[in-house]
Write a protein that binds this ligand. Structure first.
Ligand code: GLN
Length: 411
């Protein structure tokens, strides 16, 4: 491809085998997070994730384009132009880890990283026929990654199949003294105690909502059929507070964004604050307003309380089933330009991903079919904290039983 898709911001070594979303610091090389504010910024150290991959023999190939500061669902908020979907260049590859998904899907690289704060690795995986893990919050160190919303930021991994994603995960999922949230006594409690087929899978009815695209619901229904025939037990479950997820996320996230972006003062590094794009400005203003004295109790604190109810829904449901199966996006990939001027419409692309982010749960996204227009459709398995081994086992089994992940775009 080399860069027909506008996925690459910087090629470091053409012979390399892994690429990083451009919000991962890579020592000696530019990191922009997709924003003009950081254009020309060269870091003096690498993210823990980058160090761990290097220690394990991986060679850095490139830095990938993304929505500025990882704000977005389509890649169109990048100050360096939108990334195109390799399956059809008129469509978005999903965001905000857009370059990572386009590069993996077009086989520029087999492995890439991304970040997922509200769906940013899962939507790109679903839109490009790739596989990706948004891990348990705290499973992978955030050190050296440009912060977006610290209470849901998860460094994430994307590849061409679940098996590869698992290999990447095993390398970078470890405690790191430089990120206190990676420490947990619960880490690794839920390891492969499930045999494939013995798992109970829940379908939360709130995720099969009115307005869900027919081709998406049909593809997930077929995946359910494949798993049932293989012996998995499937049952309907309910997560009653699901409908508040988008409102809660879009109240809590901007407060954290406003706080994290305050450090870009144009004095210590980067350009002046006037270089922030429209979407970052919108989030800074919203977050500052909803957390200000007089409004915090009405907005931020209320959202924090409802977040707890969302977490409790998941706690309850995981007493009944081992994992959940849901679509990733309510629609198949949408066209570039289709939602770019309507932030609310864009925010709704995240309606099926933000709740698991708010609850810090691991979620594995993979493809489960194609539309009539030959665009990929994705689903996700969601489990309790630290259940990645279970998610990988069911994801790998599904990919043994089906061939969707083997399809490649003609590029
Ligand atoms: N699309 C969501 C947002 O714009 C999620 C972004 C992300 O996960 N980084 O906030």
């Amino acid at each position: 491809m080399k860069d027909k898709l506008n996925a690459i911001l910087l090629e470091i070594n053409p012979k390399g085998n892994i690429g990083y979303k451009d919000n991962f610091l890579t020592r000696g090389y530019e990191t922009t997070a997709g924003s003009n504010v950081l254009k020309g910024y060269i870091s003096h150290y690498s993210a823990t994730v980058v160090d761990l991959f290097e220690k394990n023999g991986f060679v850095t190939k490139a830095k990938f384009n993304c929505d500025a500061w990882a704000h977005g669902s389509s890649g169109e908020n990048s100050d360096f132009g939108a990334v195109k979907n390799p399956w059809n260049n008129a469509y978005t590859p999903g965001g905000s880890s857009s370059g990572s998904s386009a590069a993996v899907a077009s086989n520029y690289t087999k492995y890439a990283t991304g970040t997922d704060t509200g769906g940013s690795i899962r939507l790109p995986a679903a839109f490009t026929n790739s596989s990706a893990i948004k891990p348990t919050y705290g499973a992978i160190s955030r050190y050296g990654i440009v912060a977006m919303a610290s209470s849901t930021d998860c460094p994430s991994l994307i590849a061409q199949n679940v098996k590869d994603v698992e290999v990447l995960f095993k390398i970078v999922s470890r405690e790191d003294k430089k990120d206190a949230n990676t420490f947990s006594s619960k880490r690794s409690l839920r390891g492969g105690q499930f045999k494939p087929g013995s798992l109970k899978i829940g379908l939360p009815k709130e995720y099969f909502i009115e307005g869900l695209d027919r081709e998406v619901s049909e593809a997930v229904r077929q995946a359910r059929q494949v798993l049932t025939e293989d012996g998995y037990k499937i049952e309907n479950v309910s997560l009653p507070h699901t409908k508040y997820g988008i409102a809660v996320y879009y109240l809590i996230m901007p407060v954290e964004v406003a706080s994290n972006l305050a450090r870009y003062d144009g004095v210590r590094y980067g350009q002046a604050r006037s270089f922030f794009g429209e979407e970052a400005e919108r989030r800074i203003i919203l977050g500052t307003f909803t957390s200000s004295a007089g409004y915090s109790a009405k907005y931020y604190q209320k959202a924090a309380k409802v977040r707890t109810l969302i977490i409790q829904d998941f706690d309850q449901v995981f007493k009944k089933v081992d994992v959940l199966l849901t679509p990733v996006s309510p629609t198949p990939p949408f066209k570039l330009g289709e939602k770019a001027n309507d932030p609310l419409k864009m925010y709704l692309s995240d309606v099926l991903t933000v709740n698991t982010s708010l609850a810090g749960l691991p979620s594995l996204a993979l493809s489960c079919g194609f539309t009539k227009k030959n665009l990929p459709i994705g689903m996700q398995f969601v489990g309790p904290r630290w259940s990645e081994p279970v998610l990988f086992s069911v994801g790998k089994r599904y990919q043994e039983l089906t061939d969707w992940h083997k399809r490649k775009p003609s590029i």
